[in-house]
Structure formats: structure tokens, C-alpha cells
Design a protein around this ligand. Structure first.
Ligand SMILES: C[C@H](O)[C@@H](O)[C@@H](O)C(=O)CO
Ligand SMILES: [Mn+2]
Length: 601
């Protein structure tokens, strides 16, 4: 395959990427105090800016830019000037830093939508921590939750280094804050509506608008037919894509009974259709200047969609090829144009899983796995079915993540991490040979009987040993949105055991065997309990243990978390959450989210 040489983001969404604004706060008393603080405070700001820009990128690959206020902020006039600068520069996240005492209400960032953190230097020459406590209490009193960062160990005054614990909190806060600012104002595009009565497919406008700051766009699936029949897609790209598919997408086993097998001609035509569907869905999301050249100016603009979903079943799939190829390729980190940012596209237009995938992508910069949460296999059930006793990481049972085959090819696990281990990586660190390895590890099986219109499903088994986080947003009447997540690992089974279980399910679909990390309590008492507490038929799976980042993001949006196994040291929420109870952080989270309400009222 060819690689996109420049690796530029494909993101053609409206608006600049949000920046991080750094606010150096000082004690405004001139004639000695202020002068003694200005320099070190500015240095603190510069070192935070450098630290973040060197370590974080936007999920589209662009560097994260930090903007520092023109002067230190000693009072409200300078706070206002800083706010003005931040507005002009497109700042979406703010971090206030100080080593000293300052005047909280006079200097605070009062923008209600800006995720905020305050780093109060742990020194003792000047009272930075006293300010931090006063500042967080002011934020709490005013209903502007802020994340408080207070280093564990005392530093010398003027020491601009960022201790490890402070750095970890800065990055967790910044990445989640950027996710909030990046999705704001963007669209979720529903292509089709509700699939097979699945409630998660309902585009709940109030949820999107009030919690995410997003808008909902809708397109009937007949739009695909119109664009296919009138040729509203880049025909050169279509030819290139078809050739790439012929060279790289190997057909797998056709398990259909003879009377349901599609003919070779039908299958060839299905390939043409699924490639067109892929181009069309992408163009509907983000637009395509090529369409304007064809005389379709309106279509060339797209819907400014940072996420989308395709209903598929059944209105479409009863007659046309299914959406598996389109969903698998769009959500992967590469296609015929080379290596590029994955698109967030939710199967069955499960909007709530789509949002969860969007969270994962913005927090990890890497392809997300969409999957049905299909089966809990207890060790006894596996032994009964196969004669094999599960061992090692699988010994407590396994959860079978599988559905018809829209899974991103990155989830083969064919790419490798720093030590050669299987990994799902940000597109910018994926090599051409790794993308090829993902393609080589995938077969495309003719769709089974659920899909009367044919299509091709990805078939692979995810490699073992990857740290992953499975997550899901649910909507509950009287409660609103609620997030659940489970950190764990992928496992593999001996071939004959895998084959026996896979055959019982569907051998032509992609499998990920998941084991959650157990805590012995509540939903994480055992693997069965994780399955039993899952709130819906789907999950979004991210590479890495990102539960901490998800918790931070959810708290910024005021979405409580009902189930998680995140180690305490990774939990980082606004300081106000502690005022809702410290013995029972889960209950406190629910109370705090309810009290503050959605980010966008
Ligand atoms: C093909 C079937 O309809 C499956 O797609 C179905 O069980 C689901 O995926 C439900 O989420
Ligand atoms: Mn499904």
C-alpha cells in the first residue's frame, strides 16, 4: 500500500483546533511583592506550556499549542485582558499557575465552559497552596468546578521543573479538556435512524447539546443511493480504491448454504458498492472539494461531523450490501490514500456507542473498536464445550466481543509497541508495514444470512496481551447519561478452543477475547459480574488503560460513572467533587454531576 507521505490530518472540520491557555497568577501588590513574583511565575507558565506541547498532540496529529497571557495576572483588569486574548486565539482549556498567594476571585478564569485547572506550587517561601485552596473554594462557591493540582513534595521557590505527579495530572487534565473543546460545536451525523429497535440509536438531542455541546445532523440512507446512481463521488478515487481493495482485501470463507451463496458476479458488484458507500459516508461527514468540481457544491461541504453512525439493519441491509467494509475502513488508521486519522463511525448508528468511541479516540489518538458484548464464557462452560480448562489471564473466564465485522483493522493487533508487543497506535506512529500487516491479518467473509443484501465482514482475532479499556455511555430516565468502563486485557485461546467457541457464534466475524482486571468487589467481583453489569449490547474499546482519562473527561461534562476499575491514584476530578463526600467517591460523583448539571445548560 502507499503511505500518505505528509501524514497530514484528513480533518476538514470547521474551526481551528482548540489551544491551551496558561494563566500566570501573581499577588498584585506592586513595590516589591509583585516584582519578586513576576519572573518565576512566568517561568512556571512557560515550563507548563513546553511540557504540554512536547507531549500532547491533537487526535488529528496536529501539535497542541499553548498560549500564555501577555502579562502575569494580579487582578481583574489583567484577568479580563487574558480572557480577551484567549478568545481571539481560540483557547479551549485553561491552566492557572502560581507559586504564591494571589487574589482568587479577582484573578480567576470565569468562563463557565472552559475546563479549568490550577497548579498551586508546593513551596513554602510563598503561600502557593494557600492560594490554591482559596481559589478552588471560590470556584466551588461560584459553580465553576476546577481541577486542583498540588505537588506531593515541596519544591524550592523558583524551581521551574514539573514534578512527576504534577506532570501526570497536567496531561490527564489537558487531554480530557482538549476533548471537551474539540467536540464542542461539531456534529454527530446519523446516516439512517434507529436500527432494529436499539434505543442507543436514538439521537437524543438534549444529551448531545447540553452535555457535549454538539449538534445532530441527519441523512436518510436513500442519500447513498442517490450519490451512487448519479455518480456523486470522486470517480478517480473510486478506481484507486477498487484496485487497492483487489490487492489488499482477501476474501474469506463463504459459510452460507448453497442456496444463499451470492454468485461471483453479485460479489464483485457488492465490492463496487461497499467501496462507493465508504467514499460517500466520508464525504457526508467531512465534505470533499472534488465534489464541487463535479458540480455538487452543497455536497462538497459535508456536515462538519466529528462522529457518525450508519443504521444499516435492516432498511439498508435487507436490500443492499451491509456497512461492514465502510465502517471497518473508516474507523481504521489507513485506506487507499495511505495512513490517516481514523473516522469515528458507529455501527447500527448506536449514537451512544459512537460518542463513547469519540471519547476514546480523542483521549488516545488511536482507532477504536466497536463491538457487540456477546457472551460471557465461564471456565466451566468453556471446559464443557471444549474440554479445555482456561488458564493464565483467562482463568476466571472471558468475554467475547464480536459482531458482524465493522471492526477497525488496527484491532488485529498486528502493529507493535516499543518492545515488539501487539499494539493499537496513533496513526502518526504507524508504519507502512504495520498497516500492511493489519490488512494481511484480516479476511473479508461474505456476509451471512442476517444480511440479505450481501456485503463483506472483517474476520480476524485480536492479538493477546494488549491493555485495553472497554466503555459505554448509557442514558437512563431520571438520571441522564452515565458512563461505565472496564480496564482489562485482550487474551487469545489455543486454536482449537477458539475455533470451537467461534463456530458456536459466527466464524466469519472478528473476535476480541477480553478479560477485565478484577478487584473482587461490586461489578468487578468476577468476570461474570462485569458482563452482567454491562448496560447495553455494544461497547467501545480503546487501547491502553485509559479509565482515568475517561473519568476526568466525564467529570468535565458532568456525566457520572456507574462502574469502573480505575486505580485510585489515576482518579482525577474537580476539587468540588470532594465536597460531595470522600468516603464514597462513586456516590460523590453522582451527587456532584447532578448538582452542577450538564456543562452547557
Ligand atoms: C446481525 C445481527 O443483527 C447483529 O448485528 C445483532 O445481534 C446486533 O449486532 C445487535 O446489536
Ligand atoms: Mn450490534
Amino acid at each position: 500500500m502507499t503511505m500518505n507521505e505528509t501524514r497530514l490530518p484528513v480533518n476538514r472540520l470547521q474551526g481551528e483546533m482548540p489551544k491551551i491557555g496558561i494563566r500566570p497568577i501573581v499577588d498584585g501588590r506592586q513595590g516589591g511583592i509583585r516584582e519578586s513574583l513576576d519572573g518565576v511565575t512566568m517561568e512556571m507558565a512557560q515550563s507548563v506550556a513546553r511540557f504540554i506541547s512536547e507531549r500532547l498532540r491533537h487526535s488529528n496529529g496536529l501539535p497542541v499549542e499553548c498560549v500564555i497571557a501577555d502579562t502575569t495576572i494580579g487582578g481583574v483588569a489583567e484577568a479580563a485582558r487574558c480572557a480577551e486574548k484567549f478568545r481571539k486565539e481560540g483557547v479551549g482549556v485553561s491552566i492557572s499557575v502560581t507559586p504564591s498567594w494571589c487574589y482568587p476571585m479577582e484573578t480567576m478564569d470565569a468562563d463557565p465552559h472552559m475546563p479549568k485547572a490550577i497548579w498551586g506550587f508546593n513551596g513554602t517561601e510563598r503561600p502557593g497552596a494557600v492560594y490554591l485552596a482559596a481559589a478552588t473554594s471560590a470556584h466551588n462557591q461560584k459553580g465553576l468546578p476546577a481541577f486542583a493540582i498540588y505537588g506531593r513534595d515541596v519544591q524550592n521557590f523558583g524551581d521551574a521543573t514539573i514534578p512527576e505527579d504534577v506532570g501526570a495530572k497536567l496531561l490527564q487534565f489537558a487531554k480530557a479538556g482538549l476533548a471537551v473543546a474539540t467536540m464542542r460545536g461539531k456534529s454527530y451525523l446519523s446516516m439512517g435512524s434507529v436500527s432494529m429497535g436499539i434505543a442507543g440509536c436514538v439521537a437524543d438531542e438534549s444529551f448531545f447539546a447540553r452535555y457535549l455541546g454538539m449538534r445532530n445532523e441527519y441523512a436518510d440512507m436513500s442519500e447513498f443511493v442517490r450519490r451512487m446512481e448519479l455518480g456523486i463521488y470522486d470517480r478517480e478515487e473510486y478506481e484507486k480504491a477498487l484496485k487497492w481493495v483487489r490487492d489488499n482485501c482477501k476474501e474469506g470463507e463463504d459459510v452460507n448454504p448453497p442456496h444463499l451463496k451470492r454468485t461471483r458476479e453479485q460479489k464483485d458488484e457488492d465490492w463496487n458498492t461497499v467501496v462507493k458507500m465508504t467514499l460517500i459516508a466520508r464525504d457526508m461527514m467531512i465534505g470533499n472539494p472534488k465534489l464541487a468540481e463535479l458540480g455538487y457544491g452543497e455536497e462538497s461541504l459535508g456536515r462538519n461531523a466529528i462522529a457518525a453512525g450508519f443504521q444499516g439493519q435492516r432498511a439498508w441491509t435487507d436490500y443492499f450490501p451491509n456497512g461492514d467494509f465502510m465502517e471497518a475502513i473508516l474507523t481504521s488508521s489507513f485506506d487507499w490514500n495511505g495512513i490517516r486519522e481514523p473516522f469515528t463511525v458507529s455501527t447500527e448508528n448506536d449514537t451512544l456507542n459512537g460518542v463513547t468511541m469519540l471519547f476514546g479516540q480523542l483521549l488516545t489518538d488511536a482507532a477504536q473498536l466497536f463491538a457487540d458484548v456477546r457472551t460471557f464464557w465461564s471456565p466451566d462452560a468453556v471446559e464443557q464445550a471444549t474440554g479445555h480448562r482456561l488458564t493464565g489471564p483467562a482463568e476466571n473466564g472471558i468475554i467475547h466481543l464480536i459482531n458482524s465485522g465493522p471492526a477497525a483493522l488496527d484491532w488485529t493487533g498486528a502493529a507493535t509497541g516499543a518492545n515488539g508487543e501487539p499494539a493499537v497506535k496513533p496513526f502518526w506512529s504507524l508504519s507502512e508495514s504495520e498497516a500492511q500487516a493489519c490488512l494481511d491479518a484480516t479476511k473479508w467473509c461474505p456476509a451471512v444470512d442476517f444480511f440479505r443484501g450481501g456485503g463483506f465482514s472483517t474476520d480476524f482475532t485480536t492479538r493477546a496481551g494488549m491493555p485495553v479499556t472497554m466503555a459505554r455511555i448509557n442514558l437512563v430516565a431520571g438520571l441522564g447519561p452515565v458512563l461505565q468502563l472496564a480496564e482489562g486485557y485482550t487474551v487469545e485461546l489455543p486454536d482449537e478452543v477458539h475455533d470451537a467457541l467461534d463456530r458456536r457464534t459466527n466464524p466469519t466475524w472478528p473476535t476480541t477475547w477480553f478479560v477485565p482486571r478484577l478487584t473482587g468487589r461490586g461489578a468487578f467481583r468476577d468476570v461474570y459480574s462485569v458482563m452482567n453489569n454491562w448496560g447495553s449490547n455494544h461497547a467501545a474499546v480503546s487501547y491502553g488503560h485509559i479509565g482515568g482519562r475517561l473519568l476526568t473527561l466525564a467529570s468535565m461534562l458532568r456525566i457520572p460513572v456507574s462502574m469502573h476499575n480505575v486505580p485510585e491514584e489515576h482518579i482525577f476530578r474537580p476539587a468540588a467533587w470532594n465536597a460531595f463526600g470522600t468516603n464514597d467517591p462513586e456516590g460523590a460523583d453522582f451527587r456532584a454531576c447532578a448538582a452542577f448539571g450538564p456543562l452547557y445548560k
